[in-house]
Design a protein around this ligand. Structure first.
Ligand code: IVH
Length: 705
């Protein structure tokens, strides 16, 4: 068919044609430059680019990031990292109506509001996409970053520039404005994309969320440009001047600046109203044209949001009310036991594949042995005590991004002679005893590092994203090196001796199948680059039970250097002594976590492996929380008596955010006592010890509240 005159195309037709052509050009670029396998003739390629250029001459807005301006595929290896000026948080989840009432109750009690004091919330759809932070300086889009681990994301600026919903310039915006929202793909665009992918013999995406994520995280922005991504703005990070006094008005300003904001956002004055809006949005879910997985409620008054502040990863002023999970019935074919890095034996259901909410599910977690037997951790019956047996018909569900779970079993379909499942008492991987400790729901392999499954899982964790994150050394490569006799990697330290060992081997890695000169050079360089590692990442990478990313951050910030951390953990004894007291005094470090850390430093084999690793590294210091200008940073404060302007919880959270430590009792280590009316023994003690004592108003003046 002859091309229509560009002047006669409607904007919608032009967009559709542009997307089709841009995808072809992007594909051709990739085949030619990255895969060295041209798929179309040079003449066809030139004709495509000419037509694109004609369309872009009439619709210049399409030109940003277009393949017409590109010479070849970007020589990209990976995305640059971006440290968020203000952390990107996630949301606490609510499932039942009572959880929503509890949330409102917690907000009231934190703020010391009576039940009848007015308190408005916004309610809006929770978009099932991926969050993105857009930074505007002087009204110009200067950076777009993915959420990453919340502190550090990936720089996807060029890709974001290709998304039509994202303005490249704003008028009437503060000098610095970080707009946050969700990148997503509509159902119609998703179906069309998958049809194009199938026709081109390319990867088919499981759902719109994966398609959006895969499209945004393209190293070649021309591919993103050809993918139909959209963006809803719903929040912000750093701003040089407040946007408004309420959430509703702030979102209104974002709309005026040119962002798409969700039209179903509503203001609610009671919990009952929130639940009504939840019901309305759930009703509309199927006809919205894009995936949502719940409704987000936010305190409307921004001054109250600021007072409520954040927990370690979620704000106190918002919650996500999730829709019930999607369900399906299928047959349980087998139960496999997987051994994790901390030795946990996890039962996995192998299922006859079934579609649950658009995704094919063939594995699901069965949690632990009690769950299979129909009991919870406290011995109460679950599923009315029905156990789960191989051959049973089971109900599977998915909630959001999480691993599918087995919820229920249909006893009427149980095959005759099916036997109750006997959970193994030995580790299926190393044969060591698998034991359950008092109070632990999980049976664990006692093999420690001699268990190959634990060792390999620890290594996978070690190279994972929040840990050493070594480019080119993922789970697949770890499994390969772990099983390799010539160039084995059986513990983290051996990753850093790989290159030296390879140099002395007769058969070099670069000559093996699946490797080449370039990939090996890149791998060794990526490993070399990670010899310098921040303390928090190292602590997380050690894979100590109970130590996730936020605990590792806490520990790193408190001890600062590896030397300080290592000597404190070596000297510490569980349950006693000054090192234990100092460790458990860290807000957020409980006895269980502390014992787990101390024990790993006292377990000979594990300790030796840690020492061998650290000998290969240069561990970078981690600074304490940013509290420049804070009058109370590093001080120990005690609150006593009645506080009238804020609750105890709020006072504590504020002091901690300013870098102070809040203690429960007065001692020689106390720097400041904040005493309200009715202060008793603590005030007397402070007087005796000569500790500065101030009232609540002086405290508020001190912290400029
Ligand atoms: S507000 C500080 N509003 O849900 C809280 N988040 O599960 C900022 N999300 O990481 C988030 N729709 O990626 C907010 N209307 C909405 C949202 C939304 C989707 C995502 C966001 C967040 C995740 C948490």
């Amino acid at each position: 068919m002859a091309d229509r005159d560009v002047e006669q195309l409607t904007a919608a037709d032009a967009r559709a044609e542009w997307e089709r052509l841009a995808a072809k050009v992007a594909r051709a670029n990739l085949a030619y430059h990255r895969e060295d396998a041209p798929e179309i003739s040079d003449a066809e390629y030139d004709a495509l680019k000419q037509r694109l250029a004609l369309i872009e001459a009439r619709f210049p807005e399409f030109a940003v990031g277009s393949p017409t301006g590109q010479v070849g595929a970007a020589p990209s290896e990976t995305f640059a990292k971006v440290t968020h000026a203000v952390r990107m948080l996630s949301l606490e989840n609510a499932f039942a109506d009572e959880d929503v009432a509890d949330f409102a109750g917690r907000v009231r009690s934190f703020l010391n509001l009576t039940d009848d004091a007015p308190l408005a919330f916004t309610a809006e759809p929770k978009i099932d996409g991926l969050s993105l932070s857009l930074r505007y300086e002087a009204g110009q889009l200067v950076q777009a970053a993915t959420r990453g681990d919340g502190e550090v994301g990936e720089n996807v600026t060029e890709n974001a520039r290709t998304i039509a919903d994202i303005p490249k310039a704003l008028s009437g915006a503060p000098a610095v404005l970080e707009v946050r929202g969700e990148v997503y793909m509509s159902h119609a665009d998703f179906a069309a994309l998958n049809a194009r992918q199938a026709a081109a013999g390319e990867k088919i995406f499981a759902n719109p969320r994966n398609a959006a994520a895969g499209s945004l995280r393209q190293l070649d922005a021309t591919i993103t440009a050809a993918r139909p991504l959209r963006f809803f703005a719903y929040s912000w990070g750093e701003v040089s001047a407040p946007l408004a006094r309420t959430q509703m008005d702030a979102v209104g300003r974002l709309r005026e600046m040119g962002f798409q904001v969700n039209p179903r956002t509503q203001l609610c004055r009671t919990t009952a109203e929130l639940l009504t809006v939840y019901g309305e949005i759930e009703q509309a879910r199927a006809s919205l044209g894009y995936d949502i997985d719940g409704v987000v409620y936010k305190v409307d008054d921004l001054a109250l949001q600021a007072r409520l502040g954040f927990r370690s990863t979620t704000p106190r002023w918002a919650i996500a009310h999730k829709f019930p999970a999607e369900l399906a019935w299928t047959r349980l074919e087998a139960i496999d036991i997987q051994v994790g890095r901390t030795g946990a034996l996890s039962p996995v259901a192998r299922l006859t594949p079934v579609t649950v909410g658009g995704v094919v599910v063939s594995n699901a977690t069965l949690h632990n042995e009690d769950y299979i037997a129909g009991r919870d951790a406290k011995g109460n019956l679950i599923r009315d005590g029905k156990d789960i047996r191989i051959g049973d018909w089971v109900q599977v569900y998915r909630a959001g991004d999480v691993i599918p779970k087995v919820a229920d079993v249909d006893l009427s379909k149980r095959p005759e002679g099916a036997l109750a499942y006997v959970f193994p008492r030995q580790c299926p991987e190393c044969g060591s005893d698998a034991v359950r400790e008092e109070g632990d729901a999980v049976r664990r392999c006692t093999g420690g590092l001699i268990c190959p499954a634990q060792a390999v899982e620890k290594l996978k964790h070690f190279v994972s994203r929040g840990a050493f994150d070594i480019e080119g050394l993922g789970a697949r490569q770890i499994e390969m090196f772990f099983a390799d006799d010539q160039l084995p990697v059986r513990e983290p330290a051996e990753i850093f001796t790989l290159a030296a060992r390879d140099a002395t081997n007769i058969t070099k890695l670069k000559n093996r199948d699946g490797f080449g000169e370039k990939s090996v050079t890149n791998l060794f360089q990526a490993i070399e680059d990670k010899r310098k590692i921040p303390l928090n990442r190292l602590i997380f990478a050690l894979g100590i039970r109970h130590v996730g990313e936020s605990a590792a951050n806490l520990l790193a910030r408190n001890y600062g250097t590896w030397a300080a951390f290592e000597s404190a953990m070596t000297a510490a004894h569980v349950g006693e002594g000054p090192e234990w007291a100092a460790l458990t005094a860290i807000d957020g470090v409980g006895d269980v976590l502390a014992a787990s850390v101390v024990n790993s430093f006292h377990q000979a084999a594990e300790r030796a492996s840690i020492d061998r690793l650290v000998a290969e590294l240069e561990v970078q210091e981690v600074a304490p929380p940013r509290t420049e200008g804070s009058p109370v940073a590093g001080k120990t404060i005690v609150f006593t008596g009645t506080l009238e302007k804020m609750t105890r919880a709020e006072a504590k959270a504020r002091a901690e955010a300013l870098g102070a430590k809040v203690a429960g009792s007065v001692s020689a280590k106390t720097d400041l006592l904040v005493a309200g009316p009715g202060a008793g023994s603590k005030a007397k003690e402070a007087l005796k010890l000569g500790i500065e004592t101030i009232d609540e108003d002086a405290w508020l003046r001190l912290i400029c509240a």
